[in-house]
Write a protein of this length. Structure first.
Length: 493
């Protein structure tokens, strides 16, 4: 299926390039000389705006794609085809493409990436860099009607050197930001690392430094981790420091995990600790679980503790489940315990279901049990209905009974009809009875309408009879509307 999706993208994206785009191939032996030629040609022809482009190869996960620095995956669905691919410009467009059709989506494969630079000669500013577009060569690039000078496929080192040279020429903040990010994408870490080091140390623009920090995620080396940790300790801009933590998460080597654990356990900024907790999801091993468990119990910032719990739920192994159970039963903050219950509901697997069913019957605080009931409602009726029915009838806390009834109503399971009838007629809490009335009217094919009508006619509580009439009026089911008309006629008599 993914192979067919990619072929469709290629087919649509490559339509119409030659007809819509003025194309010239740049002569010359080096990329910089080819760009010089493009500049001279544009000035000679009084062409105000033009594109200059080239392609290079780099290693990427098989399912990963990038377009204009936006990372995507075929697992996310079909990408937009509003644009034109550069694939027809390659001498052998399909060379190496077979590697993209394997089974393992995370396997690293070599892909062709295109870079387009838009220059402008207006108002006496010859060759001003206006925009950069970077993306997998087969994806649709947002080209306009301006001419394109194409330099062909080059070595990554040559493309990087052009980015560095353009950066050093002192362009605008926007151009420097895009150059830093594009330079980082070239798979030449020995050149990229010192370049980004200099940008992080010396560039006055926070946005440029933030782009440099993000670019380090492309370098899977301990040196990149050290640069990011130095940035965390020295950069004055909070957004740059936060970007550094996000980049640490994208680097999947052991040194990155240790750095994230250090940020989570020692950093003085709660927002950075929270980000570190989220990024540890990429390091699925016991060290991360223990660090997250400690943060859940020991961090004095509730947001950090809750983020640690949410990340723990992503570890679908026995150790991660034990940590969640410990938070659910032993934490002193009910909101953190509720986060554990909510996170278990998002997992929607058998171990999470078992733990939630157990927790709903235990003597946990009402607020926590209410969250447990809501999380059980995320599961299929055949998995969770019996537990919710038990809670609706027997839980000592009215708030928990109401939540169980709300989830039963959402599941709309006919099997719950007898329980809903008993609760609506006999529960000691009026609000619980109201919730049961609502759930009865959500049953399929109007199966609960007769019970609500009976309560409206004969229940000894006038307040509940009025509530039943109101619920019938609010229902959109034709059977409820008809019953309401009949009740109105009875009252007229």
């Amino acid at each position: 299926m993914k192979k067919l999706m990619l072929i469709w993208i290629l087919f649509v994206a490559t339509l119409g390039l030659a007809a819509a785009q003025s194309l010239e191939r740049a002569p010359g032996t080096s990329l910089e000389r080819q760009l010089d030629w493009a500049r001279s040609q544009s000035q000679a022809s009084a062409q105000e705006t033009y594109w200059f482009g080239y392609a290079f190869r780099r290693s990427m996960p098989r399912s990963a794609y990038v377009l204009n620095h936006w990372r995507m995956s075929l697992r996310d669905g079909v990408v937009s085809t509003n644009g034109r691919s550069l694939l027809p410009l390659l001498e052998d467009p399909w060379a190496g493409m077979e590697s993209e059709f394997g089974e393992d989506p995370d396997q690293m494969v070599s892909k062709t990436v295109g870079v387009l630079l838009r220059f402008n000669n207006e108002q006496g500013r010859p060759g001003e860099l206006e925009d950069i577009v970077l993306g997998n060569i087969e994806l649709p690039f947002p080209l306009d009607e301006h001419p394109l000078v194409w330099a062909g496929q080059v070595e990554p080192a040559e493309g990087f050197e052009l980015m560095r040279s353009l950066y050093q020429s002192g362009p605008s903040d926007k151009a420097r930001r895009e150059l830093a990010g594009t330079a980082a994408f070239h798979d030449v870490p020995d050149r990229v690392l010192p370049f980004l080091d200099r940008v992080l140390r010396d560039d006055e623009s926070e946005k440029v430094r933030r782009e440099a920090a993000e670019g380090l995620r492309m370098v899977q080396r301990p040196e990149a981790v050290r640069l990011l940790m130095r940035t965390l300790g020295q950069d004055q801009a909070e957004r740059v420091r936060r970007e550094a933590v996000e980049a640490l998460g994208a680097i999947t080597i052991p040194e990155s995990q240790q750095a994230l654990i250090e940020v989570l356990s020692r950093n003085s900024e709660a927002r950075l600790r929270q980000e570190a907790a989220e990024q540890l999801r990429r390091h699925q091993n016991p060290g991360s679980i223990e660090a997250l468990r400690q943060a859940a119990f020991e961090d004095d910032n509730q947001r950090v503790a809750r983020e640690a719990v949410e990340t723990l739920a992503r570890f679908k192994n026995e150790q991660g489940l034990r940590a969640l159970r410990q938070v659910l039963y032993q934490h002193t903050d009910d909101k953190v315990r509720c986060e554990a219950a909510e996170s278990l509901g998002r997992r929607k697997d058998a171990p999470a279901l078992s733990l939630l069913q157990e927790a709903l019957g235990d003597e946990l605080p009402a607020a926590v049990q209410k969250e447990v009931a809501e999380s059980l409602g995320r599961f299929a009726p055949e998995q969770s209905l019996s537990s919710l029915i038990g809670a609706a009838e027997n839980n000592p806390h009215p708030a928990v009974r109401r939540e169980a009834l709300e989830q039963i109503g959402r599941l709309a399971a006919e099997k719950a009809l007898p329980t809903l009838q008993r609760v609506a007629e006999n529960d000691s809490d009026y609000r619980v009875q109201r919730e049961a009335l609502e759930a009865l009217l959500k049953l399929p094919e109007g199966r609960g309408v007769d019970t609500v009508v009976s309560i409206a006619r004969t229940h000894p509580s006038l307040r509940l009879r009025k509530a039943a009439i109101r619920e019938l009026g609010d229902s959109s089911h034709p059977k409820a509307k008809q019953a309401l008309l009949e009740l109105a006629k009875e009252l007229e008599r």
